[in-house]
Design a protein around this ligand. Structure first.
Ligand code: AHM
Ligand code: MG
Length: 315
């Protein structure tokens, strides 16, 4: 029997229509990101074949130049977003400077074309992260004023998860028709869950407060379970759906943590808050930090509200 399903495009159009001054330009922008995601997904799927079809810098069996996946994704997003006609400035985690597409363009977009680089070669989940702002001339704005953010998870299924300020919704790619279909409506992070996600290998480098917190949750009657992929998109996606706490804290070697405020932390902090969870950098929300540079890093802890609250009692 036929069952009506909602595609990402239908959903975005319907959401934009609810806003009085909507012009359709946000829909157009997201459609370009969606199309780029589908192309990247199809390349990610074939990535394991690089070894037999030809490595980067060489030509493959079809005489095509083989590009590194992250470089390919970066260029594709730059090209497709520039062509959308909606862009003021573009920033990529792969580049040192922003690109001015059109000073008067409506939106600025920051993206991490393929996050989780250590997992690309081993066929483990990776993702694309994006963050959208109105272009008001100042490129370095607080995450709080994002008008949308989301990510694409290249996993067993490909998922597109985004928010434009009215909750978080997830769409799964149906490969047979090539469309993202609404599969996770209005995602709400469970308030509690005894999962923790951190690179424990850095334990000795962590600040004492973090060590004390980690020791304490392992000593609880029902000890916390460790879950760590090492791809932020995968680790935060699980946290959004199942709850728990994700941490990339400062350590002696990296006093500002590893993750970048504009490309990784802010989009996920925005999604986390939109889904009823919380996110902190130190004691404040990263969304309230005024970025000083494009490449700024910040320590981050995010996830279920009560788990973040418990963590905060240690610092
Ligand atoms: P990348 O941008 O080089 O891929 O690094 C970001 C990734 C995140 O996806 C992940 O959360 C983090 O690095 C893992 O860091 P660590 O190597 O400290 O575990
Ligand atoms: Mg990254």
């Amino acid at each position: 029997m036929y069952k009506h399903v909602t595609t990402l495009t239908e959903f975005v159009v319907a959401s934009e229509r609810k806003q009085k001054e909507a012009t359709g330009s946000f829909t157009l922008l997201l459609t370009h990101i969606e199309n780029a995601a589908k192309i990247i997904a199809s390349h990610v799927k074939r990535s394991g074949l690089a070894d037999i079809l030809g490595k980067t810098g060489t030509t493959n069996a079809y005489d095509e130049e083989v590009q590194k996946l992250d470089e390919f994704s970066d260029k594709l997003l730059f090209d497709m977003l520039s062509d959308s006609g909606q862009i003021g400035y573009l920033g990529s985690e792969e580049k040192e400077d922003v690109l001015c597409v059109n000073k008067k363009g409506k939106y600025n977009v920051f993206f991490d074309p393929l996050d989780g680089s250590s997992n690309i070669d081993v066929n483990i989940n990776i993702g694309t992260i994006f963050s959208i702002y109105h272009n008001d001339g100042d490129v370095l704005r607080e995450g709080r004023v994002q008008v949308g953010a989301g990510y694409v998870l290249y996993g067993p299924s490909v998922m597109f998860v985004y928010s434009s300020g009215a909750g978080v919704n997830g769409f799964t790619l149906d490969p047979s028709i090539g469309s993202f279909l609404l599969s996770h409506e209005n995602i709400i992070v469970p308030q509690n869950k005894n999962y923790y996600s951190i690179n424990d290998g850095n334990y000795e480098l962590f600040e004492n407060s973090m060590k004390e917190y980690l020791t304490s949750i392992k000593k609880e009657e029902k000890p916390y379970q460790s879950r760590y992929v090492g791809s932020m998109v995968a680790d935060v996606h699980r946290t959004l759906l199942k709850g728990g706490i994700f941490m990339n804290p400062s350590n002696k070697k990296r006093p500002d943590g590893k993750l970048r405020l504009l490309f990784e932390v802010n989009p996920f902090a925005y999604l986390m808050e939109q889904a009823g969870g919380s996110a902190v950098s130190g004691k404040i929300s990263p969304l309230d930090i005024k970025p000083q540079s494009l490449t700024q890093r910040t320590p981050i802890v995010m996830g279920s509200k009560n788990e973040v609250k418990k963590y905060l009692t240690f610092i």
